[in-house]
Design a protein around this ligand. Structure first.
Ligand SMILES: [Zn+2]
Length: 303
């Protein structure tokens, strides 16, 4: 029995943490995420209609998978879709040291006019996807913007990796809202040629035999497996790659709902506005009420 096998199921079914693993013989690295209680917490204040709820759940999984690639504490991953005038006009999710937050600004009227099961294009029209990695180790920011294309947000992010990062990447996500609470889960696998991490590359080699092998195996993962509450993520990874000589597990971050809103923070933001503008923002009681889009909480700020 390998160490990876021994660890299967050691800490439950792996809700709300990042599972990191590598396939050393294939120069591949992976991340697995299954959101449960944290997802419920993030969704709770919003009462989103089902298509928006499921889209945000998918986006949060993607943010956790990509955030899970950050090496140092203090690094941040931000996923954003901007689609002015669309039924879903803005999606923002970010990850900072395991803390996840996200929201979608949508137009209920425009959404009601869409089919019950809207496509990505129905929701966002011609949106743009922005992925930003802020690295703590160098203080550098890597940002890529690609058109939001494809059948899903997951497919669009996969395309982002091929185009902007030049890293062969396979992404699968699944969301289920039935049962005791929503579950959203995903798997990310990348090929790091010659084992290098983040090095320059002239072109993406999607036909590298190592990568073809890994992508075929990873591609067999089913949505029901990803969201199966009783199947530990380690067991799922083992199921996919058990014929490999070695699967190496890496401890990943524990995920939480994180918001950085506070009275002090909003006071600082408001202080940057001219006095006249602040006067216009006051309500009848002379208080400026600021609401946090991420957690839908209101903060009365005395000006
Ligand atoms: Zn907040």
């Amino acid at each position: 029995m390998t160490e990876f096998e021994r660890n299967i199921g050691q800490d439950g079914t792996g809700f709300d943490r990042v599972l990191g693993f590598t396939l050393p013989d294939r120069n591949a690295r992976g991340r697995g995420v299954r959101l449960g209680p944290v997802l419920s917490e993030i969704l709770a204040p919003h009462a989103y209609p089902p298509p928006i709820r499921d889209l945000l759940a998918e986006a949060l999984v993607l943010a956790a998978l990509m955030g899970g690639l950050l090496k140092r504490a203090g690094g941040q991953l931000t996923l954003q879709v901007q689609a002015p005038g669309a039924a879903a006009e803005l999606l923002v999710c970010d990850y900072l040291d395991g803390a996840l937050r996200g929201y979608i600004k949508h137009d209920p009227g425009a959404l009601a006019a869409l089919p019950a099961d809207p496509t990505l294009a129905d929701l966002f029209g011609e949106g743009a996807l922005t992925v930003t990695f802020d690295l703590a180790e160098t203080g550098q920011r890597y940002q890529g913007v690609v058109p939001l294309e494809g059948p899903s947000l997951t497919a669009a992010v996969e395309r982002y990796f091929a185009r902007s990062e030049q890293i062969p990447t396979l992404l699968r996500t699944a969301v289920r809202a039935d049962g005791p609470g929503p579950v959203a889960a995903g798997l990310l696998i990348q090929h790091l040629a010659e084992g290098e991490e983040g090095g320059e590359r002239l072109h993406v080699r999607l036909d590298h035999p190592e990568w073809e092998h890994v992508a075929v195996l990873a591609g067999t993962v089913r949505a029901e497996e990803l969201t199966d509450r009783l199947l530990p993520l380690e067991a799922l990874v083992w199921r996919l790659f058990n014929e490999e000589r070695e699967i190496r597990a890496e401890p990943g971050a524990v995920l939480s709902r994180g918001c950085r809103c506070s009275v002090e923070r909003f006071e600082q933001v408001l202080a940057r506005f001219p006095k006249e503008d602040r006067r216009d923002m006051r309500n009848a009681e002379g208080v400026i009420v600021v609401d946090c889009a991420f957690c839908a909480r209101e903060f009365p700020i005395q000006d």
